[in-house]
Design a binder for this molecule. Sequence first.
Ligand code: PGA
Length: 251
Amino acid sequence: MSKKLYLFANWKMYLDVAESVKLAGEFEGLDYPAHSVVAAFPSALAFVEVKKNLSNKSVVALGAQNTYWLDKGGYTGEVSVLMYRDAGARYALVGHAERRHLFHETNHEVRQKIETVLAQSMTPVLCVGETLAEKKDDLTAEVLEAQIRAAYMDLAWDKNNEPIVAYEPVWAIGTGESCEPDDTEQVAGLISGWVEELLGCKPAILYGGSVRPENISLYVGLPDISGVLVGGASAKIESWTGLVEKVIAPL
Ligand code: PGA
């Protein structure tokens, strides 16, 4: 069986409810390559409406951009994993760089979220990445290893489920600067080794950071990369269509 191709769309805080519903409908109308796993991550506010407007057998799965690990209670502004599960989420991004760096989310919080997402039978998408300063100081491997160990060390993992890790260099997110394919492949090899050691199975590794129709083929063609996590270019149907067309063409 050929490996799955993950096409994940992180809509961040780009779209209002009506725009999210419209874009999800447009996503649903596209043809995707065989073995694709397509998921959109709408805002918390738009989530239910998007879900309601997708068909029951939609090719587009949904995920949460961020979750809180406790089920219910006095946690102003938060949305729990349980609530997302009930609303139809299959995936949850955990530890996205914007959460880590703009909202000071720690490796410890990331771990609590991973555990809760798994307990609710959803799939966590663990996001990891180094900052520009860390890259310049040659700390990429150290930072990534710490992020991955904190998330997965001693975690009970059902080996029938493929762990998903998104490698998103912080300096490449939303900047138009993307990671060199050779560097991406090298990092993916490291990630794969750590995850296999910790969970006993190989992960699917997604690349994220300024993925565009012009560069997507460079990443999905890499042996250790199984897809992409796309921000800006996923929030407009023109660029999303461009991405999908590029992966439909033979790699
Ligand atoms: P970008 O975002 O594609 O806009 O760089 C990627 C991400 O943050 O997941």
